[in-house]
Structures are given as structure tokens and as C-alpha cells.
Design a protein around this ligand. Structure first.
Ligand SMILES: [Zn+2]
Length: 327
């Protein structure tokens, strides 16, 4: 997958910050032990000086001495000291690894590489930052759940208790964001225009983005323009791959795109690939089920109706209600 230069720079900065944090936190724990358990601290210091003497020893390269066996001896002594420190720490009520570095990613010690290949933690950062760049091109404003106003919805729409229904929808969206995981369901928001579909999807996006998750949020119209530009080589990028790899994808306003067999193929590819990988997607539309059926091919419709949890939005246009209330 192609990541941007900017994503590489940001990922490098994050890794550096993680390494500094691990170093500083360890230094703090060492100072605490120096004060609270000086005997352990002394042993820890002897370990550090043993490390220096080993480097010095190798550097001197004295003749008639078997460097390998001497180094092995020092190593085995160090290992024993480490084990003793661990046992002592536990007996003093600390965790066994209290004086070791606690890296964010123990696999690569926050270096981003493991056995000469890119570590998963670096791949995750690169994907997240590349998605964020895509999101920054999206003009949809992000909102907070606290801004939601249930009083914009009428108590009754036809014979449906609209306000009560929308209160449930709101609670379901909050719970979705609060309990989000890789195995969360895919959601299909449908209902007429101005009922809060984009608003509530943006709340989910905002909350999960603030938790550091890799979330793509954008309008289908803009997204397809960008993918078309890339596919027909007018522009560099790998948007489809980035979107398929995101933790959550929120596609706003299905049906607003200039529909071609190409956009249908891309839409199916994104929906289908993500479902196969078990990754959740949220799609919203103003189209009625009838219109959806008429506009899209069976493959897309059967995926949307069979694999997504339908969430119906009901009420009257919130924008009109706001105007009436003078907001
Ligand atoms: Zn790593």
C-alpha cells in the first residue's frame, strides 16, 4: 500500500515520542526504587556498569583471551542478576519488570522495525495518518454527541412515535461508539433528508477519531471523484486500499454520486472486501428501499440489506425545525 510522505514523517515522530516516553517513565521508576529499595537500585546499577565493561572489554581486543567465552560469562552473570532483581522487586510488591523499558510495542521496542521488516505498529500508524489526510479533504463537519437535540424531532410522525424512536437511534449510536471493536456490526442509516444521519455518523467518527482509531469519514460523491481521478491516472494515490484497511469506514449520502458502472464496481469492492475481512462500515442514504433497489444492482442491494443492520431515521427535516425555532 502507498502511504504518503507526510504519514511517514508523522509516524516517525510518534515512534520517537513513544521511545522518549518509555525512557522517561523508566528513569522515574528507577529514581523511585533508588529511594524506596536502595539494595535493588544498587544491583540495577551494577547491571549498567557490567554492560559498559563488556563494551570496553570487546573494544580492547586483548590477545590470548577468549573474548567469546568472557562475553558469554558476563552475559550469564547479567542474566542471573536480572532474575534476582525481578524476584526482589516482586518481594517488595513491585511488578517483576518494573525496572525494564515498557514500550508501547514490545515487538519492535517502538523502533517501527522488527527483523528488518516494518512492524505492525508502524503499519497501523501509517494507515491511520494516511486516512486522516483523506478525511482532511472532507468538508463534512464533525459533531459531538452532546450537541444532539431530541426536541428537534416531533413527538409523532404519522402513527410513529418519532421522538421516542429517534431517542433509541441516538442511544444506539452512542453505544456503538462506546463499545466499538473490530467485530462491531455494519450499519445502514436510511430515511429522508435532514433527519440527522450525517450528524450522528459524524458523532461516531469524532468519538472514535479522538480515541486514535483509524476511521475514514466522507461523502460518497467526493470519494468516488477521487478514486476515479486515481484510477484514470490523473492523480497519485491508493484511496480504495486505504479505505478497505480502515478500522471503520463511514460513507455518507449513498445515491449522491454520479453513478457509472465504475462507481458501482468500486462501491461493491469496498462493501464486499470489508465484509469479507469482518470490518465494519456505516453507510447512510436518503434513498427509499424502492429507490435503492431500482438504482443499484442485486449484488450491492443484497449486501446492504442482508449484512448491514438497518437503522431508520424518522421525523421532519431538522434544518426546517431549527429555522422555525430561530436557531
Ligand atoms: Zn512495533
Amino acid at each position: 500500500m502507498k502511504y504518503t510522505k507526510n504519514a511517514f514523517e508523522r509516524a516517525e515522530n510518534t515512534l520517537t515520542a513513544r521511545r522518549i516516553k518509555a525512557k522517561e517513565e523508566r528513569a522515574e521508576r528507577i529514581s523511585q526504587i533508588k529511594f524506596e529499595a536502595p539494595e535493588i537500585y544498587k544491583m540495577q546499577q551494577s547491571l549498567s556498569s557490567a554492560g559498559f565493561s563488556m563494551i570496553k572489554f570487546i573494544g580492547e581486543g586483548k590477545k590470548n583471551i577468549d573474548v567469546r567465552s568472557e562475553v558469554a560469562k558476563i552475559r550469564s552473570r547479567n542474566l542471573q542478576t536480572r532474575e534476582t532483581i525481578g524476584r526482589l522487586l516482586v518481594s517488595f510488591g513491585y511488578p517483576e519488570d518494573y525496572l525494564q523499558y515498557h514500550f508501547y510495542c514490545p515487538v519492535c521496542s517502538d523502533s517501527g522495525y522488527h527483523d528488518g521488516v516494518r512492524c505492525q505498529c508502524l503499519d497501523k500508524l501509517l494507515a491511520k495518518y494516511t486516512t486522516e489526510e483523506l478525511n482532511s479533504q472532507c468538508s463534512i463537519m464533525l459533531h459531538d454527541f452532546s450537541e444532539f437535540r431530541i426536541d428537534f424531532y416531533p413527538a409523532q410522525t404519522g402513527n410513529i412515535a418519532a421522538r421516542e424512536r429517534m431517542s433509541t437511534v441516538y442511544n444506539d449510536c452512542r453505544a456503538y461508539a462506546d463499545n466499538f471493536s473490530d467485530s462491531s456490526s455494519s450499519l445502514f442509516f436510511f430515511g429522508k433528508t435532514g433527519l440527522g444521519k450525517t450528524f450522528l455518523s459524524s458523532c461516531i467518527a469524532k468519538q472514535l477519531l479522538s480515541e486514535g482509531r483509524n476511521v475514514f469519514f466522507g461523502s460518497i460523491l467526493k470519494l468516488f471523484r477521487q478514486i476515479e481521478d486515481e484510477r484514470f491516472r490523473r492523480r497519485e494515490g491508493d484511496t480504495t486500499e486505504i479505505i478497505i484497511g480502515a478500522e471503520l469506514v463511514i460513507l455518507d449520502d449513498l445515491g449522491s454520486e454520479f453513478q457509472t458502472s465504475f462507481t458501482d464496481a468500486v462501491l461493491y469492492e469496498i462493501i464486499n472486501e470489508r465484509l469479507n475481512l469482518g470490518r465494519p462500515t456505516i453507510i447512510s442514504t436518503n434513498l427509499s428501499m424502492k429507490e435503492l433497489d431500482r438504482k443499484y444492482n442485486d449484488r450491492i442491494v443484497s449486501r446492504l440489506t442482508g449484512c448491514f443492520l438497518p437503522i431508520m431515521f424518522i421525523g421532519s427535516d431538522v434544518r426546517q425545525e431549527k429555522r422555525k425555532m430561530g436557531i
